[in-house]
Write a protein that binds this ligand. Structure first.
Ligand code: FES
Ligand SMILES: [Fe+2]
Length: 360
């Protein structure tokens, strides 16, 4: 990494930004997905990290899930190397045993007159949308934040494509990438030539939102996109416009796309960006792409391989470019961006103000 740390003087910084966005930690006082449900089988444990904090997810023999600090209270080895016995987890080293509250409930060689030692931290945990969610912040604040509501998930009218990807960049690059639809040029090999028009932008205390419509500047709509959202790109300026709304409601992001004249979104995408390492330069992106099924029963399954191929291609291009942004940041040691697009300026301010200082 470069040793350059000065902010380039000719690049104006947002006036009220309290700190460099890329050196801003995500607020832990929210629910974050740490794994897909299918990744933790009954009677197994899985080790994960949230912003460098080790967390073990344990699924009991009966099937419920809980989360503990992934660090044995005895000698700090990871508990995920241990053995799940019924509702408890035994550390693999000397078999100290913990229950779901994190209390140490057994030490096999404890003298009768010795007290059980202190246990480990536990985290509020829940399972929804086939993901395992952990409240990573101050446990007393768990009731103060909303759990994401995703009404299109599991309704029968939509089929969900899951994304679960490790991306080597700060989570803020992900928010900016999805919200700035001026980057269609990046996808020119897959989507052809698209003209993007911003219609409106809005914001509140913990959210920003933007509306777009699109028209095809040249070429035909690609098959993968057409299968996913229907015949899009309605060209008329006045009526019958397609509409895309992208919203960051801290710390989550949602993209909805309505084809002209439809009441229900053709696409309802939710992205959750979860910092992995302490410096928060790596994130795990969990995406739920809810795609409205066409009228003909079962046809979605036939179309699915094309939709998967198309979304994989788009996501790979986005991953390459945001990782390149992170690399540039690491080389220069500070954020030199010149952001001119109003919604991204608002988004950057939101992410900076709602985030927390990083201790690295
Ligand atoms: S390190 Fe876990 S029981 Fe000893
Ligand atoms: Fe993209």
């Amino acid at each position: 990494m470069s040793t350059i740390t000065a902010i380039r003087p000719d690049v104006p910084q947002p006036p009220s930004a309290p700190r460099d966005l890329r050196k801003t930690g995500i607020d832990p006082n929210f629910w974050y997905p740490l794994a897909r449900s299918k990744d933790v089988a009954k009677g197994k444990a899985l080790g994960k990290t949230f912003a460098g904090e080790p967390i073990v997810l344990v699924r009991t023999k009966e099937g419920s899930v809980y989360a503990l600090e992934d660090r044995c209270a005895h000698r700090q080895v990871p508990l995920h190397l241990g053995v799940v016995r019924g509702e408890r987890i035994q550390c693999s080293y000397h078999c100290w045993t913990y229950d779901k509250s994190g209390a140490c409930v057994n030490v096999p060689y404890l003298d009768k007159d010795q007290k059980l030692p202190n246990g480990v931290r536990s985290y509020p945990t829940r399972e929804a949308y086939q993901l395992i969610w952990v409240f990573t912040g101050e446990p007393a604040l768990v009731e103060t934040v909303a759990f994401p509501e995703i009404p299109t998930f599991g309704t029968g009218e939509y089929k969900t494509r899951f994304l679960d990807r490790r991306i080597n960049c700060h989570y803020s690059f992900m928010h900016e990438n999805l919200m700035d639809m001026n980057h269609q040029f990046l996808h020119r090999s897959l989507m052809g030539s698209i003209r993007t028009t911003m219609l409106d932008l809005r914001g509140g205390d913990n959210w920003v939102e933007v509306d777009y419509t699109f028209s095809r500047a040249a070429g035909k709509q690609p098959l993968g996109e057409r299968l996913m959202i229907g015949r899009g790109n309605a060209p008329k300026e006045s009526e019958g416009k397609d509409l895309m709304t992208i919203r960051t409601e801290y710390p989550y992001q949602n993209l909805k796309f309505w084809t002209a004249g439809s009441q229900e979104p053709a696409l309802d995408l939710w992205n959750f960006y979860v910092p992995v390492d302490k410096a928060q330069r790596i994130n795990q992106t969990y995406g739920l792409i809810n795609i409205r099924k066409p009228g003909i029963p079962g046809i979605i399954h036939l179309l699915w391989p094309f939709i998967v191929g198309f979304t994989n291609g788009i996501f790979a291009q986005d991953k390459t470019i945001v990782e390149a942004e992170q690399k540039a940041f690491d080389e220069q040691g500070a954020d030199w961006n010149q952001e001119i697009f109003p919604i991204i300026q608002k988004l950057r301010l939101l992410l900076t103000q709602k985030g927390v200082p990083l201790e690295v």
